[in-house]
Design a protein around this ligand. Structure first.
Ligand code: ZN
Length: 241
């Protein structure tokens, strides 16, 4: 839980992702990975060598304005308060996705990771600006992308906002879905939906990673559900080799 607490303490409002990027790169320093970036600031990480890579995605930014943020753990629930002890958003959307990615990069020998900036809407600016600006060639040798950026504990979004098909409903097998309590559902917008709208021709999906009340001061995480998401994604990655 210490790693998650560290992530929540770093504010990364859209367009101000430098601190969270430094933290991630420091944490990954000992690993045999290569890291690329692009003009807008997305991070693309490759570990191991393969003809076709599995890929996991998350977004670096959050909706909340910077403030002094203390992280509170009450049993399985994690949230944040300010210096007056009033609830503030903890940035679980999408620090939970970053936590999953950091864990997978430690354990999985072969993996690509895409971390996008500026996923959140910002005033008049539409969301998914990092995913809209990126060069799709990073995904030329990728067989699928799993993004961890969905509220709750049980959704695999296979149809995105506007009815766009992300993957087939049997992309993840029933035994794996059932073991971890997930089901295929219709959902909203995130980076992988933007990539599909741009014509990326591989299966993608967006999975629940244990956060609730995203974009609100009452945002919180159920840690057991975040850990279950990690186990679920890991199990799928390993079954797909
Ligand atoms: Zn998000």
């Amino acid at each position: 839980m210490h790693l998650l607490t560290q992530l929540y303490k770093i504010n990364s409002k859209s367009g101000k992702e430098d601190k969270i990027k430094s933290f991630l790169l420091d944490s990954l320093q000992q690993l045999p990975i290569s890291v690329e970036t692009d003009a807008i600031g997305n991070l693309f990480i490759t570990k191991g060598v393969a003809d076709l890579y599995p890929c996991v995605a998350a977004h670096l930014d959050e909706i909340h304005a910077p403030c002094q943020r203390e992280v509170v753990v009450e049993g399985d629930i994690i949230y944040a308060v300010n210096e007056l002890w009033n609830r503030v958003g903890c940035g679980a959307d999408d620090k939970n996705g970053l936590w999953i990615v950091l864990n997978l990069l430690q354990t999985e020998p072969v993996l690509k990771v895409a971390l996008f900036v500026q996923e959140e809407r910002d005033g008049d600016l539409a969301g998914c600006r990092g995913a809209r600006a990126c060069d799709l060639s990073f995904f030329d040798n990728v067989k699928y992308i799993i993004e961890c950026d969905r509220k709750g504990a049980s959704d695999v979004v296979c149809i995105g906002k506007g009815g766009i098909e992300l993957c087939n409903s049997d992309f993840i097998s029933q035994p794996i879905l059932q073991k971890y309590g997930y089901e295929m559902v219709e959902g909203g917008k995130t980076d992988v939906v933007e990539l599909k709208m741009r014509g990326l021709n591989i299966p993608v999906c967006n999975v629940s990673c244990g956060y609730y009340n995203a974009h609100k001061n009452s945002e919180y995480t159920r840690f057991s559900e975040l850990k279950n998401c990690l186990d679920f994604v890991k199990s799928f990655l390993r079954s797909s080799f």
